[in-house]
Design a binder for this molecule. Structure first.
Ligand code: MSP
Length: 667
């Protein structure tokens, strides 16, 4: 594909504290998905991440571990890189603030600002929070403690260099107001202007004499450069700014997106632009502050002790299950809640049922009905045209959403296409076409399914790269042929290629069993808060799963029964006259059925295969003398009969003659 422009995206540089949880992975996974998306659009992408390694906290941690700060950070950085590798983070550069190129460039920047008069020497007094590495004014303290983490602060006074932040206040306000795309989401813009900029900026302390572990001020080495001027400049030093080779800087600056969590947006939308203005460097195009991943409503964080381990989740359920959850669950600019049960349900519904099942079922049908070779499509029906239009419309839709950072919406479009394929299978029933010897139609249906799945897989690549690769391998599609330009038109798959069967991409999870494991793990950590949250999560999901099981379980007895036994079961024909989804259930539908003169309510576990709209008007066979049972608070008066194959596809049993009167006995 022809290169069409550049794209520079950054995460904040991470504290090498050594404990990374699901929340911390959000920024890198989101940026990774955008970087991969832009690469597939043909852009020259530079994706930067790294580590923020200086400051008193690291100095103290290293001392406690009996290590030098450098040895301490080296070990932690190694671990962080392993985590990013596990999650498939495709960064182009990993910058460390201890890199000698960064150190030299930051010293140059500091000197330049000093010579320009934007940095001056004075004295600082304030309340300092060591873990947060932040000074707070009296007004900012919350009950005398750090407003961020709630811990004790200490009053500190020392000779310090200051940056003239106040000088840039009006220019920053003007920039934010005149460039609505600069700071997103909009709510953050109002917050920055009203809470920080309008009340007035005070000059910023940018050096310390009390800390040793940092970059020395070149012309006064008893001071080290204090955190933000060191950390924020990574975004330009990583491109060679301030070195002998500024080629990358010229190519990629200004950044297209600086992405970060909302707690550090102030530094990125006020302090960072002021540094850049002082250096006469253009501002980044966009600063985007995402919401937090919360656990049962509370921000996931190490200090709160409610961490969720991405390595454990990836090992148990696959990396793409974790990526999917992160990308799907945090709405644009808002917080997204994690609970074990929501996580597991998402895997079962979207990934196992809608996507994975579609792929294995289609590959299995091509194996069974056409010897594993992709057949040729012939004349299209209007049903085919609908599916094809949806498939060809997928790329424009996900592009529109992803460009606006509406990644959950983009993923939803992809899953919607998978759902449309599943419906297409149910409506076209390839097994019946096979039985009736309608080979042309069968071949067309199989081809359309395979080709739509290829389009789904290519579209899925930036979000779930491993899964996409596995799906494409089923249809012999090599990486080089899986670019976005290959999915603008339907029909890319060649007739006759070998289609390989694959095991389920996301095996269905026994949610009840898994939640018990989570509960046991949480208890083992001796963390009462975490254990309580996990326990609170368990019962509802537990109950829902049990109910759904009860609803779908048919009484099966391998032994023979007598005709008298069978006669005890009263089967009747019925017509569905109304139907709706049962709230908070993946599987249950509430149906109103007519059996001649009688009307009943039946709750049935078929929602994963049939929509309420599809059910209305259908003829069914019901077990009419089943003891009523309460499912999700609804009394169910009977059971609908369905056939179920090995892949858990359902087909509703009904009298052959569609006009047969409802309420008739089935024998
Ligand atoms: N070192 C600073 C950034 C300096 S940038 C010049 C820092 N590091 S961090 O390790 O604490 O955070 C790294 C990223 O993880 C940030 O984007 C932060 O918002 C994100 N998250 C940490 N916990 C999070 C959640 N619970 N949810 C979502 N993102 C969160 O800040």
């Amino acid at each position: 594909m022809k290169k069409n422009g550049k794209f520079y995206i950054t995460t904040p540089i991470y504290f090498p504290s050594g404990s990374w949880h699901l929340g911390t992975c959000y920024t890198t996974v989101m940026c990774d998905c955008l970087a991969r998306f832009k690469r597939m659009q043909g852009k020259d992408v530079f994706y930067l991440t790294g580590t923020d390694e200086h400051g008193q906290k690291i100095e103290t941690n290293a001392k406690n571990a009996g290590m030098t700060p450098k040895a301490y950070v080296d070990e932690k950085v190694g671990k962080l890189k392993e985590l990013w590798k596990l999650l498939g983070i495709s960064y182009d550069k990993f910058i460390r603030t201890t890199d000698k190129e960064h150190v030299a460039a930051v010293q140059k920047i500091f000197t330049r600002l000093y010579e320009k008069g934007d940095i001056y020497l004075s004295e600082y007094e304030g309340h300092y929070c060591v873990p947060c590495e932040s000074f707070w004014t009296d007004a900012q303290l919350k009950d005398g403690k750090c407003p961020d983490c709630g811990r004790d602060v200490k009053l500190m006074k020392e000779e310090s260099y200051f940056f003239r932040l106040s000088k840039y206040q009006d220019r920053i306000i003007k920039h934010i107001e005149e460039n609505p795309e600069f700071l997103e989401p909009k709510s953050r813009k109002n917050e920055m202007i009203n809470n920080f900029l309008k009340p007035g900026l005070t000059d910023l302390c940018v050096s310390r004499t009390s800390i040793k572990w940092g970059i020395p001020v070149p012309f006064n080495p008893k001071h080290v450069i204090y955190v933000w001027i060191d950390a924020l400049n990574n975004y330009i030093t990583a491109l060679g700014y301030g070195s002998d080779d500024e080629k990358l800087f010229k190519q990629f600056w200004p950044a297209d997106i600086h992405m970060m969590g909302k707690e550090i947006v102030r530094f990125h939308s006020i302090i960072w632009p002021a540094f850049l203005m002082a250096l006469d460097i253009p501002l980044p195009k966009k600063v985007y502050a995402h919401g937090w991943m919360t656990f049962s409503g509370d921000k996931i964080s190490k200090s709160k002790g409610n961490t969720v381990d991405p390595v454990v989740l990836s090992d148990r359920y696959g990396v793409d299950a974790v990526r999917y959850y992160l990308l799907r669950e945090i709405p644009f600019g808002q917080d997204g809640n994690y609970t074990n049960s929501i996580f597991l349900s998402r895997i079962n519904t979207d990934l196992a049922n809608d996507l994975g099942n579609l792929v294995s079922r289609t590959a299995a049908m091509i194996g069974q009905y056409n010897g594993g070779l992709l057949p040729k499509a012939s004349a299209r029906t209007s049903d085919d045209d609908k599916l094809i239009a949806q498939a060809e419309g997928l790329l424009p839709k996900i592009t529109e959403f992803t460009d606006k950072l509406l990644v959950p919406e983009a993923l939803n479009e992809i899953i919607k296409l998978a759902q449309a394929c599943n419906k297409y299978i149910d409506v076209n029933a390839p097994w019946i076409l096979k039985k009736n010897g309608d080979t042309d139609r069968l071949n067309t249906v199989l081809y359309n399914l395979a080709e739509t799945i290829r389009i789904i897989a290519v579209a899925l690549t930036p979000y779930l790269p491993d899964t996409a690769e596995k799906i494409l391998a089923v249809f012999e599609v090599a990486q080089g042929n899986a670019g976005f330009d290959s999915i603008t038109k339907f029909g890319g798959l060649k007739q006759g290629i070998a289609v390989t069967k694959i095991p389920p991409l996301f095996p269905r999870i026994d949610i009840e069993k898994e939640l018990k494991i989570f509960e046991a793990d949480a208890l083992e950590t001796q963390n009462a808060q975490l254990a309580a949250a996990v326990k609170a999560d368990a019962p509802s999901a537990d109950k829902a799963d049990k109910n759904e099981k009860a609803a779908t379980e048919t009484v099966v007895d391998d032994g023979m029964i007598s005709i008298d036994d069978f006669a005890k079961i009263r089967l009747k024909t019925a017509k569905v006259i109304a139907c709706e989804k049962v709230e908070k259930s993946e599987k249950l539908l509430k149906l109103t059925v007519r059996l001649g003169a009688e009307t009943r309510t039946i709750v049935s576990g078929i929602a994963h295969k049939y929509t309420p709209q599809e059910m209305v008007g259908k003829n069914v066979i019901v077990v009419a003398n089943l003891k009523p049972a309460k499912l999700k608070g609804i009394v169910s008066e009977g059971m609908i009969l369905c056939a179920e194959d090995e892949e858990r596809n359902l087909s509703i049993a009904a009298p052959e003659n569609g006009d047969f009167p409802d309420g008739s006995t089935v024998r």
